[in-house]
Every structure is written in structure tokens, then in C-alpha cells.
Design a binder for this molecule. Structure first.
Ligand code: NAD
Length: 251
């Protein structure tokens, strides 16, 4: 239980990768703050399972992030994980979708970090981890906002790493390839429309075609690396962007 006495906030942790990270940090003794939307009864069950509290703030607004940080602070381990996707050709990309994806996938991570860092500096210890994406390193068509936001969070992470290096605080990205979660499932209809493909073609010829292993990554694999980055052995891993993509970005 090497994380006893540490408080961890995982944004977007009522589902998918964030939930797996929250579970893994709780299993190591961290006091976990869950965030995200969902069925209240299911969220209450997750809180009980992880001995966690839940703050359901909407992180597409600065006010929502500030409300979350008011209720969740002080934070020792910040996992910026909440994210959304929108798939459309650039000329049809709705400006409000661009704004929402940038707000949630990028700006929220800036706001959580600026509000968490003073406590981390004062304590002389902290971990900032972003669930970035293979799309922080490589692009795909029809994902203008997502790819821009993910490249942005990779840059933000490097800045945090340099600024905080002498304070016992590290900042790193984990960049998964395709993980089978609601975020991926929900983009299939729009990808079918944008590419004129069937569902099966999208799964095999678009999603899994990217991953040389031809397998989806499991949320627990991402969570295991997040836990490792919190260990003292990882104190010199700083400003890194770790891919877990079956070899996608090696190509
Ligand atoms: P998911 O849809 O399963 O979970 C998203 C979480 O974010 C949920 O808890 C949801 O309630 C929460 N959320 C959504 N909108 C929010 C808002 N406005 N405010 C606060 N919370 C909000 O998605 P996932 O696949 O687990 O994705 C998690 C992260 O991993 C995202 O940043 C995503 O970009 C990244 N990622 C996912 C994949 C993949 O293939 N699934 C690959 C690479 C990176």
C-alpha cells in the first residue's frame, strides 16, 4: 500500500481508462477522488468499492474545474484523464465541438494543474499524469480537435516537467492506442459516415489496422503504468510520453 496518505484525483473516472486507474491507485492505498458523469447508483457503488468520494463537475468550463478542485484539494496525484472525441471532416467540424474537445481534453488539464501545483510544491512531492493518446504523436483524418488537444497536452506535460523538476514533482503522459471503451464505441457511427464504411470495416480497417498487434489495449494496462509512475523508482521519469499502442507509433 505504497500510496497510503496520498490523495489522488482522476478526472473522468466513472468509466473506461480513468476508472481502471482509480481502482489501481485505490488498491495501493491512495484516497481517491472520482470525477465524471453516469448513473448515480453506479457511481455510489464505485465510491464504495474504491473508498472514494465523487465530484461530478463538468470540466468543459473553467468554473467546473475550479469547483472540482475546491472540493478535491489538496491533491498529491493528479491524473488528467477526462476526454471526449468528435469525428468529422474539417469543413463540417462543428465549432462548438472543437471548443468542447479542446476545453475538456486540454484546457481542463491546465486548470487542474495550476490549482494542484502549489500543494505539491509545498509538500515536495507530486505526480501529474495525463492520459494522452497515440494521437499526441500521430494524426488520423477527421479528428482535428482531438489530435490538436492531444498534441497540446503532450506539450503542456513537458512544460510542467521542466518547471517542477526541482520540487519532487514529475509530469508524464501515457499514450494508449485504441482501448475498447465507450469513447471508442461512440465514435464508430460518425466514422462509418465520414468514411462510408460498415461497422465491421471501421473496427478492423480503421481502428485495429493502426495497431500492429491487431488487439485493443486493456484499461488495466494503462492503469498499471500510472501506478508505476507514482513509485519512488519513477522519480526521474519526467517529461516522458509512454506509448501503449501495440507498436502503432513505431510505424
Ligand atoms: P470513456 O468515455 O470511457 O470515459 C470518459 C470519462 O470522462 C467518463 O468518466 C466521463 O463521464 C468523463 N467525462 C466526459 N465528459 C466530461 C466532462 N465534460 N467533465 C468531466 N468528465 C467528463 O473514455 P476513455 O476511453 O476511458 O477515455 C479516457 C481518456 O483516455 C481520454 O482522455 C481519451 O482521450 C484517452 N484515450 C482513450 C483511448 C481509447 O481508445 N479509448 C485511446 C487513447 C487515449
Amino acid at each position: 500500500m505504497f500510496l497510503s496518505g496520498k490523495r489522488a484525483l482522476v478526472t473522468g473516472s466513472t468509466s473506461g481508462i480513468g476508472l481502471a486507474i482509480a481502482r489501481a491507485l485505490a488498491a495501493q492505498g491512495a484516497d481517491v477522488v472520482l470525477n465524471g458523469f453516469g448513473d448515480p447508483a453506479e457511481i455510489a457503488r464505485l465510491c464504495e468499492e474504491c473508498s472514494a468520494i465523487h465530484v461530478g463537475a463538468d470540466l468543459t468550463t473553467t468554473q467546473g474545474v475550479e469547483e472540482l478542485m475546491d472540493k478535491a484539494s489538496p491533491i498529491d496525484i493528479l491524473v488528467n484523464n477526462a476526454g471526449m472525441q468528435h469525428v468529422a471532416p474539417v469543413e463540417d467540424f462543428p465549432p462548438e465541438k472543437w471548443d468542447a474537445v479542446i476545453a475538456l481534453n486540454l484546457s481542463a488539464a491546465f486548470h487542474t494543474a495550476r490549482l494542484a501545483v502549489p500543494h505539491m510544491k509545498a509538500r515536495g512531492w507530486g505526480r501529474i499524469i495525463a492520459t494522452a493518446s497515440a494521437h499526441s504523436l500521430a494524426a488520423s483524418p477527421f479528428k482535428a480537435a482531438y489530435v490538436a488537444a492531444k498534441h497540446g497536452i503532450a506539450g503542456l506535460t513537458k512544460v510542467l516537467a521542466l518547471e517542477l523538476a526541482e520540487h519532487g514533482v514529475t509530469a508524464n503522459c501515457i499514450s494508449p492506442g485504441y482501448v475498447w471503451t465507450p469513447l471508442v464505441e461512440n465514435q464508430i457511427p460518425d466514422t462509418m459516415a465520414a468514411r462510408g464504411m460498415s461497422r465491421e470495416q471501421v473496427v478492423n480497417d480503421v481502428l485495429l489496422a493502426k495497431q500492429p498487434t491487431k488487439k485493443f489495449v486493456q484499461p488495466e494496462e494503462v492503469a498499471a503504468l500510472a501506478v508505476f509512475l507514482c513509485r519512488d523508482e519513477a522519480q526521474n521519469i519526467n517529461g516522458a510520453n509512454y506509448t501503449i499502442d501495440g507498436g502503432w507509433t513505431a510505424g
